[in-house]
Ligand binder design. Structure first.
Ligand code: SDX
Length: 454
């Protein structure tokens, strides 16, 4: 690899291009147990972990491993889909800044960009939109499957189950080496997620299911499947549909987050894509990940009023509370998505007449005080994508239990794009981490059973 390609990581943790005074782009590690040294190439800001296996104390030694719980400092793959600069608060999809995509693109266009790598021309976008529109229906058996859930079943649990169940309706999707099977799985998953999500919502409300309406766009159709009642034709407010479509863009992909890492790990076993995406739904469900948007609203409601914000923040500082919707593994600055969502909150509240939502007042006061408090700024705790999104969903009349389901809908295009990229990566092997064993060794079972009097 030529010098200009080899990256080094500068003091802020950002990869630089490695150019400079001609120093070798390598590290030399000396094993003081043996006095032996090895020189390892720095490849795009990383060292090959397997290279450390050369460091042995004797020929039978397995060699050194790296130990990195939660992969805090481990690159698991090479990807060209999403770039994040956590220090600068930059998010780009296939090189396009998120701000430009929100301003000029639709969610389906961004989904195409993520999956195919380039923007579609008019014909490609029309074909993509048509194919997704034509695959929004789900097999009728899935309605009976949903009937098995209690009325108060959490919609994320229902979505997790129904996405996994899709694999049983498309057994040929197991042929992941077939480009057409991959293409159809991408279209079916992006198309059917809103339908499964809306069906889960209607089941929880004891309402009849609403079938997709092909005359509506992606976000408007989802709103229709959620909210259509006795009217013959559901007409979504275009301003609300646009706000929801923008939220879909903001949630589409986010490099190797917990749920994407789950999709890649499960997909590496060469299981079908529906099962791999179901693993992503399961990971997103957690309150530290996609479940945070629901947890934020519960937190704001528990705080109850702006006057109680100082007490709550004291509770966070003494470890009794967690400031949901704040903090991020990568962003050590304001999450650019939160900044964009915050702009839409006022607009949606105005359209829906939800203006003066007391929870918004609490959220604004919470943010203001936290950003002015050294405890939070010193820990680089800033609002993330989940801090304001729930306020918009609530203003749209969507119940809190549905918030993470709504996160899962657009993230499906990111999961699919990452799954496809993994399949095409020549370095992909089944994910199987090692461990540091801390347990007993070579115990005598019969002696211990005797000692137990057995
Ligand atoms: C998403 O990865 C992605 O890209 C995810 C996502 C995506 O698009 O896929 O962006 C979506 O999941 C956004 C994050 C939503 N989660 C929340 O809002 C839950 C609240 N935030 C966290 O629990 C936390 O900030 C995480 C999980 C988001 C990040 O956790 P890390 O990187 O493991 O950081 P950490 O838990 O080790 O915290 C570092 C320090 C700790 O303090 P010390 O022990 O060092 O004193 O910061 C503190 C933490 O206690 N801290 C918080 C906090 N987040 C971190 N303290 C109070 N409130 C918080 N929210």
């Amino acid at each position: 690899m030529s010098d200009e390609q080899v990256g080094v990581v500068d003091a802020t943790g950002q990869q630089t291009n490695g150019s400079g005074d001609g120093r070798p782009q390598t590290v030399t590690i000396t094993d003081n147990r043996t006095g032996e040294s090895i020189e390892l190439p720095i490849e795009e800001g990383t060292l090959r972990a397997t290279a450390l296996r050369q460091m042995k104390t004797n020929p039978d030694d397995f060699g050194l491993m790296t130990y990195d719980p939660a992969y805090l400092n481990t690159a698991s793959c090479r990807s060209a889909i999403t770039y994040i600069d956590g220090a600068a608060g930059v998010l780009q999809h296939r090189g396009y800044p998120i701000e430009q995509l929100c301003e000029h693109s639709s969610y389906l266009e961004v989904a195409y960009l993520l999956v195919h790598g380039e923007l579609p021309n008019n014909d490609q976008l029309a074909t993509w939109t048509h194919e997704i529109t034509m695959h929004t229906f789900v097999h009728e058996n899935l309605k009976e499957f949903l009937e098995g859930f209690r009325y108060d079943a959490h919609p994320m649990g229902m979505l997790l189950a129904t996405v996994g169940a899709l694999s049983t309706f498309y057994p040929d999707s197991k042929n992941i080496g077939d480009p057409e099977e991959r293409r159809m799985a991408a279209i079916r998953l992006i198309a059917k997620m809103p339908t499964l999500a809306a069906f889960a919502y209607r089941h929880s409300q004891g309402m009849p299911y609403v079938y997709p309406d092909n005359d509506l766009d992606y976000a408007g159709n989802f709103m229709g499947m959620l909210f259509k009642m006795t009217e013959t034709k559901y007409e979504p407010d275009p301003r609300l549909a646009k706000a929801l479509d923008t939220l879909f863009i903001l949630h589409a992909d986010h490099e190797q987050n917990c749920s994407t890492a789950a999709v890649r790990a499960v997909g590496s076993s060469q299981v079908d894509p529906y099962s791999a995406v179901a693993a992503g739904v399961a990971a997103l469900y957690g309150p530290l990940h996609g479940g945070a948007n629901e947890a934020v609203l519960q937190m704001l409601a528990r705080i109850g009023g702006t006057d109680r914000v100082p007490d709550f923040l004291n509770g966070v500082k003494n470890g009794k509370e967690r400031l949901m919707g704040f903090g991020h593994r990568v962003y050590k600055n304001y999450d650019p998505r939160a900044r964009i969502i915050k702009k839409h909150v006022d607009e949606v509240l105005e359209v829906t007449g939800g203006g003066g939502n007391p929870l918004l007042d609490v959220a604004v006061e919470l943010e203001k005080r936290a950003l002015d408090d050294e405890y939070f700024t010193s820990r680089k705790l800033y609002p993330n994508v989940d801090f304001y999104s729930g306020l918009i969903y609530e203003a749209l009349g969507i119940p809190r239990a549905m918030f993470t389901v709504i996160f899962a809908i657009p993230r499906t295009s990111g999961w699919i794009a990452q799954w496809l990229e993994m399949l095409d990566d020549p370095e992909t092997k089944i994910a199987r981490p090692r461990q540091i064993y801390t347990g007993h060794r070579d115990r005598d079972l019969t002696a211990d059973l005797r000692a137990l009097g057995r």
